[in-house]
Design a protein around this ligand. Structure first.
Ligand SMILES: *[C@@H]1O[C@H](CO)[C@@H](O)[C@H](O)[C@H]1NC(C)=O
Ligand SMILES: *[C@@H]1O[C@H](CO)[C@@H](O)[C@H](O)[C@H]1NC(C)=O
Length: 426
């Protein structure tokens, strides 16, 4: 009997110990934080709201991150803040969705927009928490970095104006990619550079040097080239790829077990990506995406899996192959058709599309409510519609000249905002 009591007592103590030590790694921050934080401290901060379920899911991950960063001896301290209580702090960071993740370093706020996974966030803390430009002092270090990162930027040379521009670009783009510097002699023998200083991107087992004349401004070039040529793409990454200005050819495949056809489609895209890189990599990125949920939302319909799609993230447009694609030739014809204009662009961000998106998203949001609680849903939808209808009726009676365009123009900004915040917070 007393044994059992001891065990219970011990478990309670252990549990308490775990809770206490976990909370010791993550500090709860409030509005006094900005005055309290020392300028040389680096903080990884999560803003949450009590009602946000994604935030709750992130809680255990956040504690793990806190304890791991501490045990690695990282200079990054971990905190969290309830944005509904610490409103001043949330305003300072311009938090507008939850959970919002930031690193505060030397008074600069870096927003994390990748997947909310431990690995993703740890990598971000490691990248942003360290020096803006890391020096690679030996071939071993260079090769280690190469094996670790799919894409890395290296500045080669001594101090120069280009180096200044490179560091400036790093200040903004370190949230996405690693910036290194090295001297010519530590680079592998196979790398030949026509002139120094140079900025080189290493990816896909090869490299590409920046050329100011052809490539324009350094920052835009980095934005354009910061993804691998072919890779597995998730919804966060696809959304971020909009900034590159390139089109993306995707093979859509099943989420877990790929059927033969999916495997064939995936390797077809990879083959085209590698063998026709010279021709297409200026205009296209290539990849595969598991699951069709995100693309269904994007095109507001149902895509088949497996299948091919080209998306234009600059204008939310997309292209579907006009016929079956079974061979490399078919796929190349499809790409040429997209570039040449013979394959019709669908979707886009015109007024009509935005309105359709609004309706679609409302439908998607309300559908589960209708299934779970039809009466409540009817009331929730019906009541505002009645009010709106009455309001419109009164307005029209007062001002019969409001034309269709004007009425439609009232819709998009709200919708656009909703779409963005949806994507970021899902
Ligand atoms: C650095 O950036 C400035 C301004 O964007 C540009 O005029 C200049 O040519 C750049 N220098 C080099 C060496 O890239
Ligand atoms: C993709 O969208 C951009 C921005 O609207 C547009 O300039 C470009 O022509 C589009 N590309 C294609 C192939 O339609």
């Amino acid at each position: 009997m007393s044994d059992r009591r001891n065990i219970v007592l011990l478990s309670v103590l252990l549990l308490l110990g775990t809770v206490l030590s976990a909370s010791a790694y993550v500090e709860e921050l409030d509005d006094s934080f900005m005055e309290r934080a020392e300028p040389d401290e680096t903080w990884l901060i999560k803003f949450y709201a009590p009602w946000c379920s994604f935030c709750k899911q992130l809680d255990p991950v956040w504690h793990q991150i806190g304890s791991e960063l501490r045990s690695h001896g990282s200079p990054v301290q971990v905190g969290k803040a309830d944005a509904t209580i610490s409103t001043g702090l949330a305003k300072e960071f311009r938090v507008n969705n939850y959970p919002a993740i930031f690193i505060l370093k030397r008074n600069v706020k870096y927003n994390y927009v990748g997947p909310r996974t431990k690995d993703g966030i740890m990598e971000f803390a490691d990248r942003v928490g360290g020096p803006l430009v890391r020096s690679l002092s030996s071939l071993q270090l260079f090769q280690h970095a190469m094996s670790r990162y799919d894409v890395m930027l290296v500045y080669v040379g001594t101090t120069s104006q280009l180096k200044g521009n490179y560091t400036l670009a790093a200040e903004e783009l370190i949230i996405h990619i690693n910036f290194f510097s090295a001297t010519r002699d530590i680079l592998p023998k196979g790398v030949s550079l026509t002139s120094l200083p140079a900025v080189v991107v290493f990816k896909d087992g090869t490299y590409l040097a920046y050329n100011e004349e052809h490539d324009g401004d350094l920052k835009s070039w980095i934005k354009r080239e910061r993804f691998p040529n072919f890779f597995k793409i998730d919804s966060y990454t696809l959304y971020a790829m909009g900034e590159s200005g390139k089109l993306v050819l995707l093979a859509l495949v099943e989420e877990r077990y790929l059927c033969d056809k999916s495997l064939r489609y995936k390797s077809l895209v990879e083959k085209v990506a590698t063998e026709h890189k010279e021709t297409y990599s200026r205009d296209f990125y290539f990849g595969f995406m598991e699951g069709s949920g995100y693309i269904n939302g994007f095109i507001m319909g149902e895509v088949m899996v497996p299948s091919f799609i080209v998306v234009n993230l600059s204008n939310d447009g997309y292209f579907l192959p006009p016929g079956p694609v079974e061979t490399e030739r078919h796929l190349l014809d499809f790409l040429d058709g997209v570039l040449g204009g013979s394959v019709e662009a669908q979707g886009g961000n015109g007024l009509a599309q935005r309105f359709r998106r609004l309706v679609y998203q409302t439908k998607i949001t309300l559908m589960p409510v209708f299934i779970e609680a039809p009466v409540l849903a009817c009331f929730l939808v019906g009541f505002p519609i009645c009010i709106c209808a009455l309001f419109c009726y009164l307005c029209c009676k007062a001002r019969p000249t409001l034309d269709e365009d004007e009425a439609a123009a009232l819709v998009p900004p709200v919708q656009r905002h909703k779409k963005l915040s949806d994507k970021k917070s899902d």
